[in-house]
Design a protein around this ligand. Sequence first.
Ligand SMILES: *[C@@H]1O[C@H](CO)[C@@H](O)[C@H](O)[C@H]1NC(C)=O
Ligand SMILES: *[C@@H]1O[C@H](CO)[C@@H](O)[C@H](O)[C@H]1NC(C)=O
Ligand SMILES: *[C@@H]1O[C@H](CO)[C@@H](O)[C@H](O)[C@H]1NC(C)=O
Ligand SMILES: *[C@@H]1O[C@H](CO)[C@@H](O)[C@H](O)[C@H]1NC(C)=O
Length: 392
Amino acid sequence: MGGLTHLIVLVSMFAAITLISEAQYLIPVTKHEPTKQYYATVNIGFGGMSSPVNLLLDLETNLTWLNCRKIRLLSSLHVVTCKSSTCKSLPGNGCDRTNACLYTQPGPLGQNPVGRVAQDNATIFTTQVGKPISIAPSRRFTFSCAVEKYLQGLAPRVAGVLALSPGEFPFWRQIASAYNVIPKFALCLPSSGLGLGSFYIGTHSFGGSKPVPMTLTPLKIDSGKYIISFTSIHVDGVPLALEPSLLEGGAKLSTVVTYTLLQTDIYNALAQSFTLKAKKIEMSETQGHAPFKHCFEEGASGKNMDVSVMEIGLPGNGKEVKWRFQGANMVERVSETVICLAFVDGGSKPNESMVIGTHQLENYLIEFDLSTTRIAFSDPLVLHNVSCSKSS
Ligand SMILES: *[C@@H]1O[C@H](CO)[C@@H](O)[C@H](O)[C@H]1NC(C)=O
Ligand SMILES: *[C@@H]1O[C@H](CO)[C@@H](O)[C@H](O)[C@H]1NC(C)=O
Ligand SMILES: *[C@@H]1O[C@H](CO)[C@@H](O)[C@H](O)[C@H]1NC(C)=O
Ligand SMILES: *[C@@H]1O[C@H](CO)[C@@H](O)[C@H](O)[C@H]1NC(C)=O
């Protein structure tokens, strides 16, 4: 009898653990085509009465901020006071005349939003392996309320910025800790506004029973940015001749920069190799098309986005690993017959030698694992006949 009870207790404990470890916290990601901004929709407020709020994804924002007027029902929203431990633990906090905790931070588009810190419940979707999407119980979420003027420059449907930084209070970390899941998240950015991409918190389930191969490289966290060191750049298998000192600044990942910025000498070396290849396949160089400097008339080559393959060499597990970019991640079509090299000259002395932007990150699964301080990137998904877009 006692043995049977024990067994039942053990079995149900095991079932509960399985449930937690297989839980997936998945939020849809949308591309707003005209501005090429990426946003996720977070439901803020009480369960059935929660309001969906679209928030720009930003890997450098430390605390989510939004126009709190978008929250329809304010009954569960409460302002954090200056004296609270939450306020005291926020770096750069302040206090206003009403004793509300204030937070200021540089915004991704040059704004400096100041806002009162608030808490409300947020509800997100959960998917479990082999089960339909369900709603996870809502959890308290801390953010700041910024007034409307700070929304300037954001896509019309976007009402704030979702913090994804490596800091202490980004959205993903709050959610991972509320649901007690491993502190990591993954992004799959769609290339068009038609399908939905994915933002996973905790372990991702991308690919289901057919996972795509992922490659690991160490992550460096520097002043609240995600940086990877790179050791070489190959174009069509040939290394670019680059001064080693040019690589020292590393590569930053960004979800708000559209086209990858390269230090001038790196840009010129890439553009030279790319131009040689384009001419070889009978494309002819035509005038630049801002922000691009190198554009090509497709001519006899026909519709062809496959010019060069670029590989960035990164430290792996004891040997160099390569992140491969090709096809639509390398070029942008600017007219029926003209394509441009989709990289931008970032100046001769930028803070980072490379800022990897969203055009290059589209249709890759990228995992930011803060439990091991590593980044995992997939093969180009096109090689596996999949993409980040799921039709809604
Ligand atoms: C709001 O979040 C708290 C703490 O995370 C939780 O205990 C509570 O049940 C949530 N409220 C609702 C209505 O879901
Ligand atoms: C985020 O926090 C880090 C670490 O405290 C800080 O270095 C960085 O400047 C902050 N970033 C922003 C955009 O406020
Ligand atoms: C470099 O970083 C500093 C401090 O974060 C910033 O003020 C400056 O604008 C950055 N420069 C470039 C070229 O991004
Ligand atoms: C992708 O599809 C193509 C053509 O439909 C096929 O030849 C190729 O084997 C597929 N690749 C994978 C990895 O499934």
